[in-house]
Design a protein around this ligand. Structure first.
Ligand code: HEC
Length: 285
């Protein structure tokens, strides 16, 4: 129901107004029916009619029935150009195969309409595209679509440039707060509440196993180090979430929480982005 309403984009007030209108229409209908019933009851009360036995009309003779039927050919018969049964005799083709006769039924109207219609359409089409050359032909249309696709692609790429990936992720103070939330739900189990490290390494010191640039951290989170127990989060978190996490983790640097895990890896220096994740996508911060 929610989805249905959402797809029509109606506000609560609009929905209430529509419900009210429906209610009014139903009410009107009920009133009319009740009023008519009341009228009939009143009439019957004022002028009571004794009960009459129902006399069924006599059945028609076959000829009369046929005449009645003949008088009104319906739309279906007209469309199929069917002849009434009494006239079929006129349609018999004068030869017989093993005593079987064929009827020379007329071509149905719907067929003729389609047939002549397509000829007229074809003439128009030929004139429009091949004589007057008013519209683009197939190959021209194909080229137009390719041009359109190229512009669409450009727009799409320009847009997706705004999305986050390891080559475009940047330090951004605004992402830290939401990064903390994502961290608390997903990462605390292995990296500790303050990032001090439990199963996973300490994330608050300057020692990094896989590089301490924002791009390296983004990559570690995105692709994980499955062999060492760090999952790839690419499928479970959005790229934005990963960017938020990377910023949050970097904001932890130097916080020196209690019970911090012993340093692992090398001290990260700005210039040395080591590609230990091994997808050859090293990016320098
Ligand atoms: C199942 C436990 C586990 C979970 C959950 C986990 N990690 Fe890890 N993480 C690890 C382990 C183990 C390593 C060390 C991998 C190695 O030895 O190469 C690691 C390494 C890392 C590193 C690299 C540290 C370095 O020194 O280079 C980062 C960054 C990281 N994790 C971030 C996260 C984030 C962010 C989350 C939450 C989305 C997360 N981890 C969730 C276990 C986990």
């Amino acid at each position: 129901m929610k989805i249905l309403i959402a797809s029509f984009n109606l506000s609560i007030t609009e929905i209430l107004i529509i419900a009210l209108l429906v209610f009014v229409v139903v009410l009107l209908f009920v009133t009319i029916v009740l009023f008519n019933a009341f009228k009939i009851t009143l009439k019957a009360q004022n002028n009571p009619q004794p009960y009459h036995k129902y006399d069924a009309p006599l059945p028609l003779a076959y000829e009369d029935w046929l005449k009645q039927k003949k008088s009104k050919p319906n739309i279906w018969t007209k469309l199929l150009s069917l002849k009434p049964i009494e006239k079929e005799e006129e349609l018999i083709i004068p030869h017989a195969y093993d005593g079987i006769h064929e009827l020379n039924n007329p071509v149905p109207t719907w067929f003729n309409v389609l047939f002549y219609g397509s000829i007229i359409f074809g003439l128009g089409y030929f004139y429009y595209y091949h004589v007057g050359e008013y519209g683009p032909k197939q190959d021209q249309e194909y080229e137009n679509e390719m041009v359109q696709a190229a512009t669409d692609k450009k727009i799409f790429l320009a847009k997706s440039g705004e999305k986050y990936d390891e080559s475009s992720v940047k330090l951004d103070q605004n992402l830290i707060v939401s990064g903390k939330q994502v961290f608390n739900t997903n990462c605390v189990a292995c990296h500790g509440e303050k990032g001090q490290g439990t199963v996973g390494p300490n994330l608050t010191d300057e020692f990094w196993l896989h590089g301490g640039s924002i791009a390296s951290i983004f990559k570690t989170i995105k692709y994980g180090v499955p062999a060492k127990g760090m999952v790839s989060w690419e499928k479970n978190l959005s790229a934005k979430n990963i960017a938020e996490l990377s910023n949050y983790i970097l904001s932890l640097n130097g916080t020196k929480p209690a019970n911090a895990k012993a340093p692992q890896g090398d001290v990260y220096k700005e210039e040395s982005a080591v590609d230990t994740i091994g997808n050859g996508n090293t990016t320098k911060q």
